[in-house]
Design a protein around this ligand. Structure first.
Ligand code: HEM
Length: 222
């Protein structure tokens, strides 16, 4: 029997504040623009993508500034969510049983807090890659920092920058795929809430913690 949508909404659990969602979507849009402008500069086959940014010279000028925006925007996400992404023994257990997760048998695994091990790996992976991308990016940002490094250092930085970007794009694809694959997840970042059923199924320990909070205070942080 279908459940009345009004009942589902009545029991929705708040997951993100408006500020956190704005912070997330600025980060997401910036990463897409960065990847597009970066790929445009990476290989002649993709040079046509510079048309989206007003030509080759404009793309070259805009790309590093997008990197600066991503760095600060992601820093916002980092400080909001870092405490919730600390690794614990349940995460190790979860990673050892990915087969059960894929089969939707999460009941056989320990109850989870706000994030699962996969989400935590995305969080830490992105954190390290973005740190590496901004550091190597500064070394090859000749307009302002040319004098700070030599040709050999710039070559190493250029190579590292490209590989780190491949890593970030890969993690981004995994992140988006997982958000779509686990039904009912996207609305956490669009509407700020999830259904109680979703929370019970995927993040039961978190749901229990939220349920213990006084009425009106759930989902307030971060
Ligand atoms: C269009 C692309 C994107 C989509 C559709 C998307 C979707 C989502 C969704 C639905 C959540 C909530 C998951 C949950 O609460 O269980 C989430 C969380 C998150 N997203 Fe994204 N996202 C995108 C891009 C990005 C990018 C580019 C980054 C970082 C560079 C990012 C970083 C995060 C972080 C840090 C969280 C919180 C999870 C955690 O701390 O482990 N997202 N995203």
């Amino acid at each position: 029997m279908a459940i009345d949508p009004q009942v589902v909404e009545k029991h929705a659990v708040s997951r993100y504040t408006t500020g956190a969602r704005i912070n997330h979507w600025i980060t997401a849009i910036t990463l897409v623009l960065l990847a597009t402008s970066g790929l445009a500069l990476f290989h002649p086959v993709l040079f046509w993508l510079t048309g989206l940014f007003g030509g080759g010279a404009a793309t070259r000028a805009i790309h590093p500034w997008l990197g600066v925006i991503l760095f600060f925007s992601f820093a916002g996400l980092f400080f909001r969510f870092v405490s919730l992404n600390a690794w614990n023994k349940d995460d190790t257990e979860w990673m050892k049983n990915l087969g059960a997760v894929a089969k939707g048998e999460e009941d056989k695994l320990p109850e989870l807090g706000k994030y699962n091990a996969g989400q935590k790996l995305v969080f830490w992976g992105m954190s390290l890659l973005i740190l590496g991308l901004i550091s190597s990016g500064v070394v090859i940002w000749d307009k302002y920092f040319d004098h700070l490094s030599g040709v050999d250092q710039k070559r190493v930085a250029q190579l590292a920058h490209s590989w780190l970007a491949v890593g970030a794009i890969t993690i981004w694809i995994v992140h988006v795929y997982a958000a779509i694959w686990v039904r009912g997840t996207i609305r956490a970042m669009t509407r700020g809430s999830v259904t109680a059923g979703w929370a019970f199924r995927h993040h039961r320990k978190w749901l229990r913690e939220e349920a213990r909070k006084p009425v009106g205070t759930t989902g307030k942080a971060p």
